[in-house]
Design a protein around this ligand. Structure first.
Ligand SMILES: [Zn+2]
Ligand SMILES: [Zn+2]
Length: 406
């Protein structure tokens, strides 16, 4: 505090001295010029930096907008989660209450078994991965003193940032291998829940596509039926009342009461058809939107990138290209290996037990340190052909030596 106060005193004194030397040139009172110079110096000290560029200026100008968006997203996180749960539950209720009896009554035994097995497996995978993605901590860097390598210091948390760590404005803390903040999960996607997030997107897309394809004919029938009901309602002529109704005597002469006949469908029929239309429209829309998002994330995972790193790497590629150099992502272990590391697949059986079944295994590594080359032999079973050739050459040379000595 003392240091800060003394700095301010020195700052004001230097301004005064600077103003004294210019006193002859301005007629404004000293206190106005002093305050003006002080404010200008403060402003310049806030944005002056040798690394200042258009991005920094853009960030500074839009900082209030970002803060407002972060604040709203933080507040609406719970609402979004409730929305996901309600919409998913509504589709499940329709599937159990309307579609399942229909399937059991009309489909062949083979199709019944397929729908029961696939539908339930898909539902379990969605529920499991959504719960795990929302509840698992994405991973945070240590706040206490440690000797772990770091690449920068977070200017908001004032702690060292390991490689791939970024600050989340909504969570207001640093996240290990941060991908993005997901409002639909009300959680950040980082090192420890990235797999759960991707699996949820994948299985939710599969579930939507499954509902959309298998319910297409039902949707068309329901849609046409609803259209028919609408036309029936419009064209209904009405039947003149011939009985002795209590109102007949009160009507002016020349008018007749028309009683609406009962519709040719029940309320239950109408609700069933509306539910099927609702389910098909919802699953098709979500399937397309979420499918596009899932494909995008699959491309990023294949490249060994996160959403944030995608922007950083693109920028770095362009920067080095101007210098005539090629940028190589240090966390890209090549297509299939990236997937094995991401999914935690260390042997063949893991493709079933860890990918196609609910699995709570931890991701590869601790998220604090990253190897620029694959670390586990199990993770990367493929041996490059060059290595095989070198081994064969060594063996052949040894064999030749032994043969010549004999
Ligand atoms: Zn931070
Ligand atoms: Zn976050």
């Amino acid at each position: 505090m003392w240091c800060c106060t003394s700095s301010l005193v020195y700052l004001r004194r230097s301004i005064r001295l600077r103003l004294c030397s210019r006193r002859g040139r301005s007629r404004l009172p000293l206190w106005i010029r002093e305050t003006w110079a002080y404010m200008r110096l403060l402003l310049q000290s806030l944005y002056f930096n040798s690394l200042t560029d258009s991005d920094v200026v853009f960030d500074c100008v839009f900082e209030p907008v970002f803060l407002t968006v972060d604040y709203i997203t933080r507040w609406f996180g719970t609402v979004f989660v409730c929305l996901v749960v309600i919409l998913t539950s509504s589709v499940v209720v329709i599937a159990y209450a309307i579609l399942l009896p229909l399937v059991l009554n009309t489909y062949s035994p083979a199709w019944i078994v397929w729908h029961l097995c696939y539908g339930h497996w898909n539902l379990i995978m969605i529920a499991f991965h959504y719960y795990k993605a929302a509840k698992t901590s994405p991973g945070y860097p240590p706040t206490e003193k440690n000797d772990r390598p770091f690449v920068a210091v977070c200017k908001k948390c004032i702690i060292p940032k390991p490689a791939r760590t970024h600050h989340c404005g909504i969570c207001n803390r640093c996240i290990l291998k941060m991908d993005h903040h997901c409002p639909w999960l009300n959680n950040c996607i980082g090192h420890f829940n990235h797999r759960y997030f991707f699996s949820f997107c994948l299985f939710m897309t599969l579930g939507c596509v499954y509902c959309s394809i298998s319910g297409r004919n039902l949707f068309l029938d329901a849609y046409h039926a609803l259209e028919r009901f609408k036309h029936t309602d419009l064209e209904k002529p009405g039947i003149p009342v011939t009985g002795m109704g209590p109102l007949i005597g009160l009507l002016p002469s020349g008018q007749t009461i028309y009683q609406t006949p009962a519709p040719p469908y029940t309320f239950r029929d109408k609700m069933i058809h509306k539910s099927i239309v609702y389910m098909w429209v919802l699953t098709s829309t979500v399937g397309v939107a979420l499918g596009a998002l899932t494909v995008w994330h699959a491309v990023l995972i294949s490249r060994g990138e996160t959403c944030i790193e995608r922007h950083i790497n693109k920028k770095e590629t362009n920067r080095l290209a101007k210098l005539g150099k090629v940028y190589k992502n240090p966390f890209n272990y090549s297509g299939l290996n990236n997937w094995k590391i991401f999914l935690g697949v260390e042997k063949r059986s893991h493709w079933v037990t860890r990918v196609l079944l609910p699995s709570g295994h931890s991701p590869h590594g601790d998220g604090l340190t990253w190897d620029t080359f694959p670390v586990h032999k199990d993770v990367i079973p493929a041996v490059p052909l060059v290595w095989i050739w070198k081994l064969l050459k060594t063996d052949f040379a040894l064999f030749s030596d032994v043969a010549s000595k004999l």
